[in-house]
Design a protein around this ligand. Structure first.
Ligand code: MN3
Length: 202
């Protein structure tokens, strides 16, 4: 089965005023669709076409040489955006609790130090990319990736990622990437992040 862009789990305008409706429409309907179409084109006719996208991106060395670049970029784009939509919610924001809060505290010192580190990583990402909270097997860490790379390729489990491509924020925030990240925190679904944390072994 070819990949498909998943429906948003909320309305396009549901994340206003933090993420505007116009950005959500073009980001989900145009950008994500383009990654899906190109990933499907690259994988068509290969035995990888039926594998879940996370498996493909976790095992890029299995992808034939001539398709690896397009699959890394566009399959990565599909995976990253699928994670991204699910990580946000109109009921988002605030702080995590329970085991996830404890793990963030022990890895970063405090929730606000974690926020500073993720923001600094996103703001400092030259050009396009993502900043991530990951589980690296031993505990939590913050990493940045360029373009549409995903930490899963390096064996790390992504728990939360913020898209710092200009298409994610330029309509509303223009060049003010730090302001976009500040606003984006208000959308984070800590329930979803906690679910991924638990699945990764807590
Ligand atoms: Mn994007």
């Amino acid at each position: 089965m070819p990949y498909e862009v998943p429906e948003l789990p909320y309305d396009y305008a549901a994340l206003e005023p933090h993420i505007d409706e116009a950005t959500m429409r073009v980001h989900h309907d145009k950008h994500h669709q383009a990654y899906v179409d190109k990933a499907n084109g690259a994988l068509e006719g290969t035995e990888l076409a039926d594998r879940p996208i996370a498996d493909v991106i976790a095992n890029l060395s299995d992808v034939p040489d001539d398709k690896r670049g397009p699959v890394r970029n566009n399959g990565g784009g599909h995976l990253n955006h699928t994670l991204f939509w699910e990580s946000m919610s109109p009921d988002g924001g605030g702080e995590p609790d329970g085991a996830l809060a404890d793990a963030i505290g022990s890895a970063f010192g405090s929730f606000s130090e974690f926020q500073d580190k993720l923001k600094e990583t996103g703001v400092g990402q030259f050009g396009s990319g993502w900043a991530w909270l990951v589980h690296d097997g031993a505990g939590l860490a913050v990493v940045g990736t360029p373009n549409q790379d995903n930490p899963i390729t390096d064996g790390k489990t992504p728990l939360l990622g913020v898209d710092v491509w200009e298409h994610a924020y330029y309509l509303k925030y223009q060049n003010k990437r730090p302001d976009y990240i500040d606003a984006w925190w208000n959308t984070v679904s800590w329930a979803k992040v906690a679910e991924r944390f638990e699945a990764a072994g807590g």
